[in-house]
Design a protein around this ligand. Structure first.
Ligand code: GSH
Length: 405
């Protein structure tokens, strides 16, 4: 039975979405990732000029060390191009080029630099010290704290605490105590200069810590029942998280809670103690983020539909080898999602199974449910869209599932 097609077409959805957001990405047909962000500074270059920086980063945008460098490039508005490295199958030219064979790596005006900290310092050297304080004394403190961010052991303790098997309660309690002592040290550091950042202005010190503390703040509640955000023991760390939110570059480079939660389980096999965090409600009602999510979905729909067809399990519903009705049902439900993202509660979602009681086609309903549930957790921020857009996307998919099924 054909679907009652009352939802707008893709081109119309794309046009409306683009009126509500400036966020754009470039398509990378046939490659992974299928799209790439556009640096906010690229407009500074004439089209035939090569950007001064080439960043080598992980294809999935999961790497916190790459995030540091990306954050600095966006803050400093340095035009750059990106080469994505598949960490599960690193190309030989990369392992030949970079002695550690790790990402990030960078060519800065032709010079190879690797190790995130060294790349950050080289960017300051070459493009002006905008992320290091001018005052010589504070500048020296900054350099010391940048080094300490690598050597003070907070990362090691934190990740042991996060991944320690829960069967060993004593060990776990000790690790928690050690981890809390490390956070106390950061809390003290944050009190040394006025304002919410580590130094008197936003700096590389903040960039050194933010990707790691962000991931810990997302994952500890789910995997250890431990909260950094909202914890009265760490008022300055909480104020620091709030201050970061004021920075547009931070929103471009960060991942969302659910990306972090899923990654820890899928990639590292960590055993969750609680449920996935919900989509961040701070972002789910913001029209720019909702429109960005709709723009991404509309612009990259072919890849999304192909991925759902191949990987979500809908294949099991194909009858007589005819994929067309399945494809049509996926397309319909994704357009409904884009429509809801753009128009929110202005549109009344169909209640009950698509097509109404008399026309209900269980195949269409089942395919739609699978497609929405799959794509809801499939998207990954910031690989596919910003963290804010991913939150809006997931919340809209939840709403749609709840309304229809
Ligand atoms: N100390 C390095 C750490 C970089 C690192 O560990 N990168 C990971 C990804 S998050 C990597 O490349 N892993 C691949 C491998 O070890 O082969 C830095 O700060 O850049």
């Amino acid at each position: 039975m054909p679907i009652q097609n009352t939802v707008s077409g893709w081109e119309q959805l794309l046009e409306i979405a683009r009126k509500n957001t400036d966020a754009r990405r470039v398509r990378r047909p046939g490659q992974h990732p299928s799209t790439a962000p556009i640096p906010n500074s690229l407009h500074k270059l004439s089209p035939d000029t090569k950007p001064p920086v080439l960043l080598y980063r992980d294809a999935n945008s999961w790497c916190p060390f790459c995030e540091r460098v990306w954050f600095a490039l966006e803050e400093k508005e340095i035009p750059f191009e990106t080469e994505f490295i598949d960490l599960s199958n690193k190309p030989k030219w990369y392992t030949d080029l970079v002695p550690t064979a790790k990402v990030p790596g960078a060519k800065i005006e032709g010079k190879l630099v690797y190790e995130s900290k060294d790349i950050l310092l080289e960017l300051e050297e070459k493009f002006g010290q905008t992320l290091l304080p001018e005052d010589p004394e504070e500048n020296a403190v900054a350099r010391q704290w940048i080094d300490e961010a690598e050597t003070n052991g907070i990362r090691d303790i934190a990740y042991q605490f996060l991944r320690q098997p829960p069967e060993d309660p004593n060990e776990l309690a000790n690790l928690q105590t050690e981890f809390e002592a490390k956070l106390d040290e950061l809390e003290q550091l944050l009190g040394k200069y006025p304002g919410s950042y580590f130094l008197s202005t936003f700096s590389l010190v903040d960039i050194m810590y933010s990707p790691h503390l962000d991931r810990l703040a997302s994952n500890l509640p789910v995997y250890r029942g431990y909260h950094i955000k909202g914890n009265p023991r760490y008022p300055r760390i909480n104020a620091w998280f709030e201050a970061l939110k004021q920075r547009p570059a931070y929103h471009r480079v960060k991942s969302d809670d659910i990306t972090n939660n899923l990654l820890l389980r899928r990639r590292w096999g960590a055993e969750a103690k609680g449920n996935l965090l919900p989509p961040n409600p701070e972002y789910t009602e913001t029209i720019q983020f909702r429109a960005e999510a709709a723009e991404r979905l509309s612009d990259n729909r072919e890849v999304a539909i192909g991925d759902i067809l191949k990987n979500s399990g809908v294949q099991a519903l194909v009858k007589d080898g005819d994929i067309a009705p399945i494809q049509e049902a996926i397309d319909f439900h994704l357009r409904l999602l884009a429509d809801y993202l753009i128009h929110g509660n202005e549109i009344v979602l169909p209640w009950g199974r698509v097509g109404g009681q008399d026309h209900a086609d269980p195949l269409i309903s089942a395919v739609g449910a699978i497609a929405l549930a799959y794509v809801r957790n499939r998207i990954c921020a910031p690989r596919d869209m910003s963290a804010g857009a991913a939150s809006a996307f997931r919340a809209a998919a939840d709403k749609l599932l709840a309304a229809i099924y």
